[in-house]
Design a protein around this ligand. Structure first.
Ligand SMILES: Cc1cc2nc3c(=O)[nH]c(=O)nc-3n(C[C@H](O)[C@H](O)[C@H](O)COP(=O)(O)OP(=O)(O)OC[C@H]3O[C@@H](n4cnc5c(N)ncnc54)[C@H](O)[C@@H]3O)c2cc1C
Length: 197
């Protein structure tokens, strides 16, 4: 799986600080470094709407459909995902869960090959890609682009970077959290405790 930041609001922290200070008519108190003191207590109090002014876009590739099925449940996120209606899965890649014993890997690969043959068979018998895909596995690799504002990203990280989250969505979200924390530590820093095992 590869997680890549495609775009982020320029000067995101400054923008959020300006928006938040508008509430208190205190924009004149902005100084270099003032956001680091001003924003964390604001977030801790639950005044999170200023975070909605900044957004980020990520591409996640080589992840499983099992993972993206969970990710797309986040309704305030915008999504574009590789289609199984329009893109052929004749040679689909697949994700191997790390819990699989190396001894079982050959059998797992054989099962995937069987599913590949089933997909080809049903297409040959006249099913469209959109119907032949019914026999494809959750392990099928996919490519997805997501955008969300910083408030929604914080929400997603709180539930998906938790040790209770499934390993693949956790890996993707921890990677995104680390990236956003590099750009906006005063917005995401408090969540970095979730990034460790
Ligand atoms: C550990 C874990 C296990 C899960 N297991 C299952 C499962 O077994 N089955 C299953 O179906 N799902 C499961 N889910 C998915 C879960 O129920 C949510 O659908 C998913 O986490 C999306 O999050 P959300 O609804 O909080 O937020 P988002 O859709 O990201 O929305 C963000 C926030 O906006 C608000 N919001 C958005 N839409 C509404 C609305 N219509 N009404 C009111 N408030 C709204 C809420 O405060 C919400 O928290 C699981 C999630 C986790 C983290």
């Amino acid at each position: 799986m590869h997680v890549q930041l495609l775009a982020i609001t320029p000067k995101a922290v400054e923008l959020i600080e300006f928006a938040a200070r508008t509430c208190y008519r205190s924009a004149d108190k902005s100084r270099p470094g003032s956001a680091e003191k001003f924003l964390p207590p604001l977030i801790a109090r639950g005044h999170e709407s200023p975070l909605e002014h900044a957004t980020a876009t990520f591409r996640i590739s080589g992840c499983s459909r099992a993972m993206t099925h969970q990710l797309v449940r986040h309704r305030l996120m915008s999504v574009s995902q590789q289609s199984q209606r329009y893109v052929s899965e004749d040679n689909f890649e697949f994700v191997v869960p790390p819990s699989l014993s190396p001894d079982d890997l050959p059998e797992y690969r054989r099962d995937m090959e069987t599913l590949r043959l089933m997909y080809a068979k049903w297409k040959k018998r006249g099913l469209k890609k959109e119907d032949a895909r019914f026999v494809l596995p959750n392990a099928c690799a996919t490519d997805i682009v997501i955008s969300a504002n910083f408030r929604e990203f914080r929400h997603i990280f709180k539930v998906r970077c938790s040790p209770h989250a499934q390993w693949e969505i956790r890996d993707a979200c921890v990677a995104m959290l680390k990236t956003l924390n590099e750009h906006a530590p005063c917005i995401f820093g408090d969540l970095m405790k979730l990034a460790g095992r």
